[in-house]
Design a protein. Structure first.
Length: 297
């Protein structure tokens, strides 16, 4: 952080903004500030730039006067948007944080980047097993993220994901989904974030993780009832099992009808002298329905 700002001052600015945000990583900043009993600024003119960050105007009473200052929290794209240069000392720490798989949150005050908070979105229990299971099912895995390339690559290696695309805006993620479809894939997109609603809608199947933002839940075709990625694997396995059962039932129904209807109608009697007793025909029809029902169960 800047020499003019102590760590608690950086945290206070981040807390003032993040408590107005719906981003999942905001909760880590909020929890840290509340543990330290850091009081937030009152923020006016709050703006959220999807894929970049958030900013607003902080107001604080100083005696009878009210001091105001523009504050922000986000990534390098936010600094570019606000026209704020990135000091070398911040840039070097940003790279170190990214190499360890953390998401660097740059904090700005006025026209200066005053520090960063490295927020690590830890890999959920079972995620690595889920990725491995998807690979065993012949499904290609790709991570689309707004984080910088080094953070994305660190998490990719940690989880075993085959490919990672980083520094993506919401519309970029949607475009990536369209690209994979043009390559002959049938894309499914799994997310819990507000920035991913366009990609969830663009995918053949949008899967929202339980506990995600309302807009993600509304945009998805499937909503998982917990936060485990392994549940998405279960959903895919169930879907494949349902389709497999439908195909089996169609086959047996067509097989029975193709064989027994001509037999019951006497088609084979003139050719081979074979006919079907009406009671046996009724039993065969019942067996067809029962076998389909049992197979479905």
């Amino acid at each position: 952080f800047s020499e003019r700002y102590a760590a608690d001052a950086v945290l206070r600015i981040a807390y003032s903004l993040e408590r107005l945000s719906e981003h999942p990583l905001a909760y880590a900043v909020i929890r840290a500030a509340e543990e330290k009993h850091v009081p937030p600024f009152k923020v006016h003119d709050f703006v959220a730039l999807h894929g970049k960050g958030i900013y607003g105007t902080a107001a604080e009473h100083d005696g009878g006067a009210i001091n105001t200052m523009r504050i922000g929290a986000g990534n390098m794209k936010l600094c570019s948007e606000l026209g704020i240069p990135l000091p070398q000392r911040i840039r070097s720490r940003l790279e170190k944080a990214a190499e360890h798989g953390a998401s660097p949150l740059l904090i700005t005050a006025g026209d200066e980047c005053i520090g960063l908070i490295a927020v690590a979105d830890s890999v959920k229990e079972g995620s690595i097993r889920a990725i491995e299971a998807l690979h065993n099912m012949g499904i290609r895995t790709v991570m689309l993220t707004g984080d910088n390339a080094k953070t994305a690559e660190a998490i990719r290696k940690m989880t075993g994901v085959e490919e990672a695309a980083a520094e993506l805006l919401p519309q970029d993620k949607s475009a990536k989904v369209a690209y994979y479809r043009s390559q002959g894939f049938s894309p499914a997109f799994i997310s819990d974030g507000i920035n991913d609603a366009p990609a969830l809608t663009a995918a053949d199947v949008g899967i929202a993780i339980g506990g995600g933002t309302d807009i993600a839940l509304e945009s998805a075709d499937i909503v998982l009832m917990n936060k485990s990625l392994e549940t998405a694997v279960t959903a895919l396995q169930l879907s494949k099992a349902v389709v497999r059962t439908i195909k089996q039932n169609l086959f047996w129904a067509l097989f029975y009808n193709s064989l027994c209807i001509p037999l019951a109608a006497g088609v084979f009697y003139t050719l081979f002298g074979v006919k079907l007793n009406p009671m046996l025909a009724a039993a065969a029809m019942s067996f067809s329905s029962v076998s389909v029902g049992i197979n479905a169960l």
